[in-house]
Write a protein that binds this ligand. Structure first.
Ligand code: NOJ
Length: 749
């Protein structure tokens, strides 16, 4: 089955801009239908469209309110027979026959679960993201879901925040590219295709900057940072044609997003021309009461609707209060009409009026072979090799016996990760199962988990795992996090391995056998100690249904790791927030600083110098952004710029040779970073501007060109104007954010 459309412009220039389809152009005939229907609606029916409920189980009870036109959308309904039954009530028994929009959180797969979005981001491959979303859309739409609350494109620079799992990590450009790809995948060629589902970029906006990495917490993002870092992925999603947006739970600088007219009206509607639905997050309208931004549900409805929200998720403050607010003149009739126009427009674009029902006789597409194959490919490309001393991986034929230990080796539920309302563990293939099945004829497997689950503190069985390690040639230790430890509301203050997993790694390492630590987790963990004890480390953000076969192929060399860290791995929690694209201080770390264990007793106050670092952690992370090894090595050479001086309309072409200097066919993720040396405001020390995957046979050398329009060097300057400022720039082409030789160029007016 062909899942992907080809976007030649995308492949050529690798730009968000060239990949974008843009909002659907206004279709006059469709707008006329919207106006005609709107003119027939009573105020109650209009307000009903603005109401989204969560399915409450009883068709008869729901039918009563559907018939009266009091519901526009139902969330969490996934039984195709029930979907059709409810839709029949809306279409055939309500006065105007307006179809329902059925919604569900389909974030990284419906039944076939793909790696969590943070894992997909590690592939640096928009095709993985697009294909994953396409598969999710095909499966979800087959049961009647036509709206998903994804992609989650919150920039997250704090791994304590459990929801870092759901997004594409810390980088604005990577998140923009991957998020736009997901929008295209969910929505397909046209929203009216029955396999398309409306995307909902979320959470608009700034949610990932929750203070202290504690979910729902306040954020304090000034407008320039908002525009330079947090908004661009949402703008890219709008350009990719996203049909809906969701407001976020957080208050930013005192204003909850659900009541923030600036971001909803000024930015989203006026600046970006968005004409689809803005929905609240779950009860985020009435949560403005807890925030202290509204006194009661009536004021919550008032502030949300007047800020530009069209639909309320589950908290009923709109249906209960808007009639009175209109009577009192506090909400204008025209505001309601605009909201309903947005909702009807998307329902028309989805083709729901022409084609409201599901074909119940269609054969199931759930867990289709092609879907499982795509999920496996995604898991392979998402895995990151963090360490590989002495070519421990891939395992060669010399390895006759492997000890498989650790609580994540055979944990089908856990490896699916967060957001798996519909994924089933019975369909999930674990590494233990896959290694036995796929490589059982090559190696003898001794399985001793040592711990029952990741948080298990009972060390009794660790001795058995160590005994197994002693009998094996290599130890494969599967550790990490259960899925419940990341995701919404699941934040951590300590990012070391939970339970007795560190003790387990220490015990198996003590045998002297090479330990390959395979991590499955929802976030970067502070695993420096375990990295030191391991010969090799393969990191997988929860890899989903096909994680087992993907990891098995990577361990045994049928696949070669190519993933790169989409987020910085700190050494210690105290270093957080930590991200590569930080601004420089006036006293940057020199990396020659004396650290805590080397400071002489009674050292003089100023004897250590004065730079920006931690006495106990230094300056550098455990692993930087964009980092990841391969079984081969790559050499960059002959890096050249098309010109050392450019003007604002030019396109900079960066050419270089990339050679595979090792013995495995492999793919390198090439990254292009720039630094704007001096600005009207300080600029990040590095910013990712391009990336591409280059596949090379052993010994093969390819000439690669990356093109970067100078216009993409623009940022919001001292006057809050988006512009390219003339001056000097640094440029690096490398395999991660910390290496590579600097080249320079100049932009002139
Ligand atoms: C709350 C979450 O914040 C949001 O991401 C999700 O889509 C809604 N609940 C609906 O389940």
């Amino acid at each position: 089955m062909k899942l992907l459309r080809v976007w030649p412009a995308c492949l050529l220039l690798l730009t968000v801009v060239s990949c974008s389809k843009g909002p659907e152009p206004k279709d006059k005939a469709l707008e006329a239908k919207v106006e005609k229907l709107l003119s027939q609606m009573t105020l109650e029916e209009k307000i009903g469209q603005m109401n989204q409920i969560s399915s409450f189980g009883n068709i008869e009870d729901m039918s009563v309110i559907i018939k009266k036109g009091e519901i526009g959308s139902i969330l969490n309904e996934v039984d195709p027979l029930r979907v059709n039954a409810l839709q029949r009530v809306a279409v055939e028994e309500s006065r105007l026959g307006i179809p329902l929009l059925i919604a569900r959180d389909v974030i990284h797969g419906f039944k076939t679960i793909f790696p969590i979005p943070l894992g997909q981001a590690a592939s640096f491959n928009p095709e993985v993201a697009e294909e994953g979303a396409r598969v999710a859309a095909i499966e979800a739409s087959s049961v009647g879901v036509r709206w998903t609350f994804a992609p989650m494109i919150d920039i997250a620079r704090d791994p304590r925040w459990g929801r870092i799992a759901e997004g594409c990590g810390e980088d604005t450009y990577l998140t923009s590219v991957m998020g736009a790809a997901m929008v295209r995948g969910f929505q397909g060629d046209s929203l009216s295709d029955p396999t398309s589902i409306a995307a909902c970029p979320k959470h608009f906006v700034g949610y990932g900057a929750a203070e202290g990495g504690r979910d729902y917490n306040s954020t304090f993002i000034p407008e320039r940072l908002m525009r330079n870092v947090y908004l661009p992925p949402f703008e890219a999603a709008a350009r990719a044609g996203a049909a809906t947006y969701m407001t976020s739970f957080n208050d930013n600088d005192g204003i909850p997003s659900t009541g923030n007219a600036f971001i909803l009206k000024e930015v989203l509607r006026k600046e970006w021309g968005f004409d689809g639905i803005v929905v609240t997050d779950w009860a985020s309208a009435t949560e403005m009461i807890s925030h202290g931004f509204a006194a009661d549900p009536k004021e919550a409805a008032l502030r949300s609707v007047n800020a530009g929200v069209d639909m309320e998720m589950v908290s009923y403050s709109f249906v209960r209060n808007l009639p009175e607010l209109i009577k009192e003149g506090k909400v204008k009739q025209s505001t309601i009409d605009d909201a309903v126009r947005n909702i009807l427009r998307i329902k028309f674009r989805l083709g729901l009026f022409d084609n409201p029902y599901l074909d119940e006789k269609k054969p199931s597409v759930l867990y289709a072979e092609s879907h499982l194959a795509a999920a496996k490919k995604a898991a392979v490309e998402s895995a990151i090799l963090l360490k590989n001393d002495n070519h421990t991986l891939p395992l060669t034929s010399k390895v006759k016996t492997v000890a498989i230990v650790g609580p994540l080796a055979d944990a089908p539920y856990e490896q699916m990760g967060t957001w798996v309302f519909d994924g089933e563990k019975a369909h999930t293939q674990t590494p233990l199962h896959a290694i036995r099945e796929m490589y059982g004829d090559r190696v003898q497997v001794i399985y001793e988990p040592g711990l029952a689950y990741s948080r298990d503190k009972n060390t009794t069985n660790i001795i058995k795992a160590a005994a197994a390690a002693a009998r094996a040639d290599v130890v494969l230790a599967f550790v990490g996090e259960e899925s419940i430890l990341s995701g919404e509301a699941h934040c951590l203050a300590d990012l070391n391995l939970v339970g007795a997993q560190s003790e387990l790694i220490a015990a198996v390492a003590k045998t002297g056998k090479p330990v390959v630590t395979v991590v499955m987790a929802g976030r970067p963990l502070t695993i420096g100690k375990e990295v030191d004890l391991s010969a090799a480390v393969l990191y997988n953000f929860h890899p989903g249904t096909m994680g087992g076969p993907a990891i098995a192929d990577l361990l045994f060399g049928a696949a070669v790791p190519s993933g790169k860290t989409p987020v910085t791995f700190p050494k210690m929690v105290g270093q957080i927030p930590m991200y590569y694209a930080h601004n420089n201080t006036g006293r940057p770390a020199a990396r020659t600083e004396t650290l805590i264990d080397d400071i002489p007793v009674e050292a003089g106050q100023t004897s250590l110098g004065n730079t920006s670092f931690y006495l106990d952690a230094g300056f550098d992370p455990l692993f930087p952004f964009g980092y990841g090894l391969s079984y081969t090595t790559f050499e960059y050479s002959n890096i050249q710029l098309s010109s050392a001086t450019l003007n604002k309309n030019d396109v900079l072409a960066v050419t270089f040779d990339l050679q595979n200097t090792g013995t495995y066919p492999a793919t390198e993720i090439v990254q292009l970073y720039i630094q704007d040396k001096v600005g009207s405001v300080t600029r990040p020390v590095k910013e990712l501007k391009r990336f591409t995957r280059v596949a090379l046979e052993p010994g093969e050398k390819k000439a690669v060109t990356l093109e970067l329009p100078v216009s993409e060097l623009a940022f919001y300057n001292i006057d809050m104007i988006k512009t390219v400022e003339p001056g000097d720039f640094g440029l690096w082409v490398a395999g991660d954010s910390q290496t590579g030789e600097e080249l320079v160029f100049k932009v002139i007016d």
